[in-house]
Design a protein around this ligand. Structure first.
Ligand SMILES: [Zn+2]
Length: 268
C-alpha cells in the first residue's frame, strides 16, 4: 500500500516536471500581471501594494510607477529602475512598493523592423499593423532597442497625502526631459480594446537609456530605424490593492478622458 503511494507520488512529480519542460504556457511565463487598475491610479491611489521583490517573481519586463507616484517604473532584464522627477535613474530596493504596474516574462514570439518613425503616433501605427496581423485581441509586450534621434520623456514629483487625481498632479508636478541621439530601450505594452475599464487600450511606452542614467514615460520620439521584439501574452492576472482609498472608489465613473490626458498629455 505504502509502496503504491510512493510510486504514484513519483509519477505525479515526473508528470509535473515534464509539463514544466513542454513550453512557456505551462511554465506560466505567458501571463501579463497587473497591479491594481489604471483607473485606481488615475483617481489618485498611489499607495504601494506590491513590493518590488514580489513584482520580480511575476515578470522580468514591464512598466508602472511607485508608492506616492515617486517616478516612472521600467523593468528590464529582471531589474526594476526608477526614472525620477529630476531626470535621474536608480535601481530600486526590493522593499519598495508599487501601486500600479504591468509585468510579464519576456519571450520573443515575433519581430519586426521599424523605419522612419517621426512621432509616437507613427510608432503606434507601424506596431498596430503588426498587431493586426498577429491578433489585436491579445496582449503584447514589446522591446525596441535602438538609437533615438529624439526622445521626450516625463516623470513626476512624489506626492503627499491626501493624493490628488493623476491628471491634476500632472498639471503642476510633471517634469519633461528631451534627449537627442540617445541609445536605449523602449518597453511597450499593448492592451486590446476591451481593456479600457482596467487599463488603457492600445500602447503605453517607457524608455531607459543603455547606460541606465535616463528614462521615463514616453511623450514623443523619433528615430530612423530600430528592431522591435514582440512577446505575445495570452493570460492576464490582476492583483488588487487592499486599502480604504481603493475599496471606496466608484469605479463605474468613466475616466477615459483623464486617462487619455495622463497617457499622452493631450486633452482628448
Ligand atoms: Zn507611463
Amino acid at each position: 500500500m505504502k509502496k503504491r503511494i510512493v510510486v504514484s507520488l513519483m509519477l505525479i512529480v515526473a508528470l509535473s516536471l515534464t509539463a514544466c519542460g513542454t513550453g512557456k504556457s505551462s511554465a506560466n511565463k505567458d501571463v501579463l500581471n497587473q497591479v491594481s487598475l489604471l483607473q485606481g491610479l488615475t483617481f489618485g491611489d498611489y499607495n504601494g501594494s506590491v513590493t518590488a521583490a514580489t513584482l520580480k517573481e511575476k515578470g522580468d519586463i514591464g512598466i508602472g510607477t511607485f508608492d506616492a507616484l515617486n517616478g516612472e517604473l521600467i523593468m528590464l532584464d529582471g531589474v526594476i529602475y526608477r526614472a525620477a522627477y529630476d531626470g535621474s535613474v536608480q535601481k530600486v530596493a526590493d522593499s519598495e512598493t508599487i501601486p500600479f504596474a504591468n509585468v510579464t516574462f519576456f519571450e520573443e514570439d515575433s519581430k519586426m523592423s521599424l523605419n522612419n518613425i517621426a512621432s509616437v503616433e507613427a510608432l503606434k501605427e507601424q506596431l498596430n499593423g503588426k498587431v493586426k496581423e498577429i491578433g489585436d485581441n491579445r496582449f503584447y509586450m514589446v522591446k525596441i532597442e535602438g538609437t533615438f534621434n529624439k526622445m521626450q520623456v516625463r516623470s513626476e514629483l512624489p506626492q503627499t497625502q491626501p493624493y490628488k487625481p493623476l491628471a491634476k498632479v500632472l498639471e503642476t508636478d510633471q517634469t519633461v526631459f528631451n534627449y537627442d541621439n540617445i541609445k536605449g530601450t523602449i518597453v511597450g505594452l499593448y492592451c486590446p480594446n476591451y481593456m479600457d475599464k482596467l487599463n488603457a487600450k492600445g500602447w503605453h511606452f517607457h524608455f531607459i537609456s543603455d547606460d541606465k542614467t535616463k528614462g521615463g514615460h514616453i511623450l514623443e520620439l523619433a528615430f530612423d530605424s530600430a528592431n522591435a521584439s514582440i512577446d505575445r501574452t495570452d493570460e492576464f492576472a490582476m492583483i488588487l490593492p487592499d486599502n480604504d482609498m481603493f475599496n471606496n472608489f466608484d469605479l463605474s465613473v468613466d475616466q477615459s478622458s483623464d486617462i487619455k490626458k495622463v497617457e499622452t498629455g493631450e486633452e482628448k
